[in-house]
Design a protein around this ligand. Structure first.
Ligand SMILES: [Cu+2]
Length: 150
């Protein structure tokens, strides 16, 4: 399995929350996403500021919601192409965080991110269902997210 920035497992996600910019403040907004086999459903755009990401797995397989901040000038399509082709993503992602959930469950904790105005993120699931199986991202489990300017 290729070790991409979102290819970490659940315990590692807790360590990465601070990388994105975990900020505890009064009343962060919430953004809810649903994972299925093999897609994310949820908002395409969000306002900037502290946001708690929630993730529910409505599929029949385990899924993760990896959230990666794209470097300026990188598009979601470019990031997806790199993931699909197994290319290095070091020059694509600036930071990331992760929520993992077994099938049929909802993560009972959120991923708090201070969404940067005018920046783009991607939601991604890099899980594989076994050795030599296709990562979910290559099956389409990838979604762009644009943060509106202030
Ligand atoms: Cu998945």
């Amino acid at each position: 399995m290729r070790a991409g920035p979102c290819g970490l497992r659940s315990w590692g996600a807790l360590l990465l929350v601070g990388v994105i910019g975990c900020r505890v403040s009064a009343g962060p907004r919430e953004a809810s996403y649903v994972g299925r086999d093999f897609a994310f459903r949820g908002p395409d755009t969000l306002p900037p500021g502290p946001t708690v990401f929630r993730f529910k797995n409505a599929g029949t397989l385990d899924h993760e919601l990896g959230l990666a901040l794209l470097r300026p000038g990188v598009t979601a399509a470019q990031a997806f192409a790199a993931e699909r082709d197994g290319a290095s993503v070091d020059s694509i992602y600036e930071a990331d965080g992760l929520l993992y959930t077994p099938f049929g469950t909802e993560v009972d904790m959120g991923l708090t991110v201070d969404l940067q105005p005018g920046r783009s993120y991607v939601l991604i699931c890099t899980l594989e269902d076994g050795p030599k199986q296709t990562p979910h991202v290559k099956l389409g489990m990838f979604k762009g997210l644009v943060v509106r300017p202030r």
